[in-house]
Design a protein around this ligand. Sequence first.
Ligand code: ADP
Length: 258
Amino acid sequence: MPERNAKGALRTSPPPRLALEMIDVNKWYGDYHALRDVNLNVAAGERIVVCGPSGSGKSTLIRCVNALEAHEGGRIVVEGVELSGDVRRIHEIRRETGMVFQQFNLFPHLTILENCALAPIHVLKTPRAEAERKAMAYLEKVRVADQAGKYPLQLSGGQQQRVAIARALCMSPKLMLFDEPTSALDPEMVKEVLDTMVELAEDGMTMVCVTHEMAFARQVADRVVFMDEGAIVEIDRPQAFFSGPRHPRARQFLGEIL
Ligand code: ADP
């Protein structure tokens, strides 16, 4: 029997599985209203680029998704699990989401291989040999396997960021969050990290990326989210967004950065 949706219309294909639902999400830092009624659904396999002026709430949005910041109003559901104050749910959601930061946040006293194998061993209880084998496979994928025995500070910024991506992948996340992953890099290293992210996108990873790299957005994003003053003011396909943004702030933003 074909399914019918809520309005009784025939559904020809099943609705996409949602990796992330943000429903009327609000967040304050003291008196400062940092997220205003944010609504965003991300389907499994979708690639979202979040852009907007500095201070518009992009980082706050992405940090709320894995509870690095607590949201105060609305609902956030990741892979079907709703974020609440319950720490078990927070752990569950963090297991499903990989996060890559602007500053690579690798442990400086651990080797590259140890950085990648640590969480699978201690959080997922993966046997060490298996965790290290998987870590080497991901280090190969991001092309830094030859650095596995070194310490983070012996690597270039671009290499460290690719290790950070491999480390996140070692947890087999369903959703990858990127918070300006290339902003701290020297210009010549930006491309190697973006290339890694493009490959990840081509592999079908669900991704939410805060970035100012608009060429990346054009190439990879299914939708571009534009934020201003804590609110999502425009969501569109990249082609439409870049050729004719509707919101005046989006037009101004693109005029300044393109
Ligand atoms: P973006 O990533 O778009 O640059 P952020 O999400 O980092 O913006 O910040 C949004 C606003 O919230 C900014 O005005 C910033 O100063 C403020 N903010 C961010 N983090 C904190 C914090 N921990 N405490 C107080 N204010 C914060």
